[in-house]
Design a protein around this ligand. Sequence first.
Ligand SMILES: [Zn+2]
Length: 153
Amino acid sequence: MRCDHCSRSETTVFVELHHNVGMLFARRSHTTAADLCRACLGKAFWHHTLRNVTLGWWGTISFFVTWYYLLSNIVTYVQARAEMGRSRRRAAPVVQEARGADALRILQPFEHNIRMQLRMGDDPSAIARDMARLHGVEASAAQAYVEQLRAAD
Ligand SMILES: [Zn+2]
């Protein structure tokens, strides 16, 4: 998603942030409603917070509106940051297990170890499981390789 403020292609979250400007007998609200990246979210949050704190309070209604905006901005900000964290984890690349010839190439250097373990009477499927886990190859490829060595022994 593209950030509405800086146009960078990054993880963005839609947020609405507000600040109040109190003018004793009148008030005005300013709102940011946009898809924002992490950096722009931080900037927008502080932009509105600063103005709420300095310009917000001046008026009876303004006093309460400013409190409401301050709190709702914090909730929005915290939720948006959590949402960004979640989508970043979703975007993390999936580790691909090696299989076929790739798996064989990875496992071959351990041929001697595997033979030793087999000779010591270790369970072939346990050896295969360890190999698969330690070297990031598919379980079935590791199993096949161990079986092949066992048959050849
Ligand atoms: Zn941005």
